[in-house]
Design a protein. Structure first.
Length: 292
């Protein structure tokens, strides 16, 4: 971009948000939505706005004109339905609707929404972006909220460019301990038994946060309204993942195998590689950020 864009970014203090801010550096004027301003002290290129999307908020403090809105914020209560249904709805759906309205009223040319590959469900083949979404009755409240926001965003596609990025198993340093890969690291460290479906468990293609952020930034230059899967280039079983972690830690993993069929969740990333970014960080190296 020849002109420095003015970008509004939600979820700036999260795993992916921090990496996006770091990689953008001085190439954009960033307005960061954070729950606490101390997360990102303001400077000449970054202005922090203390807004909690899980409560009532308004856009009065936000810039009247914006070029791009990147909506990464999501509720952290993905396993707590129905107790945290209100939080999930406010952060994942209501905030998306309000940010879309803000983007339109502020003259934004591009809206980027961070969704989840989980909306495909599971299967034996890698999912392409045009694969059917799980039947709505089986999607679950959290994933339903993510898909609902995709549908809301798409309604604005005649008014601004809309990019939907479906992320699969992002990992990296300082990641929340409740997420899959940090939980596996902690289980191996504490010698807890890891359950595997079948002989090797589910297969996934995790992506290091640096590669995920580079793909997101590349999407800012893409043309047209598009949906992209964002995932890694290696398809790994849970057993393979745990064995890699075990070798790095020098601790043997303990397994319990069941007779159930593995629920694989693999992304087809052909579009990502050809139009955005080809992942460079192999799991063997990237996982060290979670361990050391």
């Amino acid at each position: 971009m020849s002109v420095v864009p003015k970008i509004l970014l939600t979820g700036a203090s999260g795993l992916l948000g921090r990496e996006v801010v770091k990689l953008l550096g001085d190439s954009a004027k960033l307005h960061l939505l954070v729950r606490k301003k101390s997360s990102f002290p303001s400077d000449k290129n970054k202005i922090s706005h203390e807004i909690d999307l899980s409560h009532k908020w308004d856009s009065d403090s936000l810039p009247k004109k914006i070029d791009i809105v990147i909506h990464l914020a999501q509720s952290k209560h993905f396993r707590e339905f129905p107790d945290k249904a209100k939080n999930i709805f406010r952060v994942n759906v209501e905030s998306t609707a309000r940010l879309l309205e803000y983007a339109y009223e502020s003259g934004a040319k591009h809206f980027v929404y961070a969704s989840s590959g989980g909306i495909y469900g599971c299967g034996n083949q890698a999912f392409k972006e045009n694969a059917p979404v799980v039947d709505s009755g089986k999607l679950g409240y959290y994933l339903a909220s993510k898909y609902s926001s995709e549908l809301l965003a798409q309604q604005y596609s005649s008014l601004m460019q809309v990019s939907i990025l479906r992320f699969f198993f992002i990992y990296g340093g300082r990641q929340r301990k409740s997420m899959l890969l940090p939980r596996l690291v902690e289980s191996i460290r504490s010698k807890k038994t890891i359950n595997l479906e079948g002989e090797s468990g589910i297969r996934i293609n995790p992506i290091h946060v640096n590669d995920a952020a580079k793909a997101l930034i590349a999407s800012l230059e893409a043309n047209g309204n598009k949906t992209f899967n964002i995932a890694g280039s290696e398809e790994l079983s849970l057993f393979e993942i745990c064995e890699i972690i075990s070798r790095h830690m020098g601790i043997s993993a303990c397994y319990h195998r069941t007779n159930s069929h593995p629920n694989d969740l693999i992304a087809d990333i052909s579009a990502m590689k050809s139009q955005l970014h080809n992942p460079q960080i192999l799991f063997q190296e990237g996982v060290k950020d979670l361990i050391f």
